[in-house]
Design a protein around this ligand. Structure first.
Ligand code: ATP
Ligand code: MG
Length: 393
């Protein structure tokens, strides 16, 4: 008996003619994720399910955990693989399924049969296996309407698969099927979540971080790279770009009206990000902004920064409450890192009373003392790139 991980696709099913390409991306993601992590394995896909069967049984749990973070998979479970005879199915079900039923009060057996030559009908398989299991496990009742757990017997082309209970997958669409976006990644709670949400929709996410050394520290930068590494648990790798804003921030401090500091800085960030996106072939910017969260995220303030870039800015958190964002941050394991107390460039020289309803013309006037072009050119000279990998394993 071998164990197989069954991964059920989500929305790829809807993709009609593109389905093949999506399936290929999904298989590529799975191969990338398992490479170097486990030993030999078989990979097959059919009928909206991917079957991953590790050669070594001890690799099953490791693979299951890693594959729970593959976008495009809605649910996954570990199944026992049996030869296709009723005797074998029954033997495997009775030997391996009872421990999975412990702690539950009711179950039902369900069956699916894609091999129509199998000499038992689906109701027969359900009745036979369900009946025997119920005899073997007298503490759990059969409830075919509303069971707490379902034992599934799937009779497929080569084998039968038997499993009980499934876990949620990462959802979304296969990574890399949705174009490329450039995530403005800070060390905060929001931007890693924003990047994750776009990655979940299949967008390949590159990161751009602004530092402001010596006002921001080496440790603040390390924290951001740690966050990028956490996202790589889902994406496998991430192109990480870094630009220094020090000269720009000092120029703003020395030449501009105090209340406009943050807005002017954010307009610079957008313009630089737009140019970096052009260089790395990204078609959109991604930020962790949420309406009304801080002064620079009012509708008027967003309008003042949104008119700078030439490509769309995606803000997947725009309508979310902090608490909802935190929930996702915990789920994707970025929260604990995000709350480490290191400074961000946006918190250097921040005015105590920033403008919450800025008028574009006034902001542009407040920028007049700056040589924007030269400052941006200089900042872009500080651009550095590195690739960050999934180091969870
Ligand atoms: P976060 O928790 O993501 O830091 P925030 O609520 O603290 O967000 P701001 O500091 O105003 O909000 O930043 C808004 C957005 O601007 C961030 O979500 C992020 O996309 C981007 N951003 C902020 N600081 C930086 C930075 N140092 N480098 C790159 N992008 C940044
Ligand atoms: Mg921040």
């Amino acid at each position: 008996m071998k164990r197989t991980i069954l991964l059920k696709y989500g929305e790829i099913i809807l993709k009609g003619a593109n389905r093949r390409a999506f399936e290929k991306q999904l298989a590529d993601s799975i191969r990338r994720r398992l490479k170097g992590l486990i030993g030999e394995y078989e990979l097959e896909y059919m009928q909206s399910t991917v079957y991953v069967t590790p050669e070594r049984d001890e690799d099953v749990e490791i693979a299951h955990d890693a594959l729970s973070r593959i976008f495009g998979i809605v649910s996954l479970c570990i199944a026992y693989r049996a030869e296709k005879s009723m005797e074998e199915i029954m033997r495997v079900a009775l030997e391996y399924i009872p421990p999975h039923l412990e702690g539950y009060r009711s179950f039902k057996a369900d069956a699916r049969r894609s091999d129509k030559t199998f000499p038992y009908t689906t109701p027969q398989i359900m009745m036979e296996v369900g009946g025997e299991l119920s005899e073997k496990c007298p503490d759990i009742a059969v409830d075919v309407i509303n069971p707490e757990i379902t034992v599934m017997i799937e009779v497929r082309e080569k084998y039968a698969f038997i499993h009980a209970g499934k876990t949620m997958g990462a959802g979304g669409l296969p990574y890399g099927t949705g174009g490329r976006g450039l995530l403005l990644l800070s060390g905060g709670i929001d931007s890693p979540v924003a990047g994750w949400m776009m990655a979940k929709r299949g967008v390949e996410v590159d990161a751009l971080h602004f530092e402001s050394f010596p006002y921001t520290s080496e440790r603040a930068l390390e924290k951001v790279k740690t966050l990028a590494g956490k996202l790589c648990r889902y994406t496998d790798k991430m192109h990480f770009n870094k630009v220094s804003l020090t000269e720009i921030q000092e120029a703003i401090r020395d030449n501009c009206e105090y209340d406009y500091f943050t807005l002017i800085l954010r307009r610079f960030m957008m313009e630089i990000a737009d140019e970096v996106a052009r260089r790395v072939n990204a078609n959109a910017l991604i930020t962790g902004e949420s309406i009304g969260q801080v002064a620079s995220q009012t509708m008027q303030a967003l309008a003042v920064t949104d008119c700078v870039p030439t490509i769309p800015v995606f803000r997947p958190l725009i309508g979310m409450d902090k608490e909802e964002i935190v929930q996702i941050a915990r789920r994707i394991d970025t929260f604990a890192t995000s709350i480490e107390p290191y400074e961000d460039c946006c918190t250097v020289f921040t005015p105590p009373h920033p403008r919450t309803r800025p008028v574009l013309e006034k902001v542009i006037r407040a920028e007049e003392g700056l040589d924007r072009k030269a400052l941006i050119e200089n900042a872009l000279k500080t651009l550095e790139h590195q690739v960050i990998y999934n180091e969870a394993f």
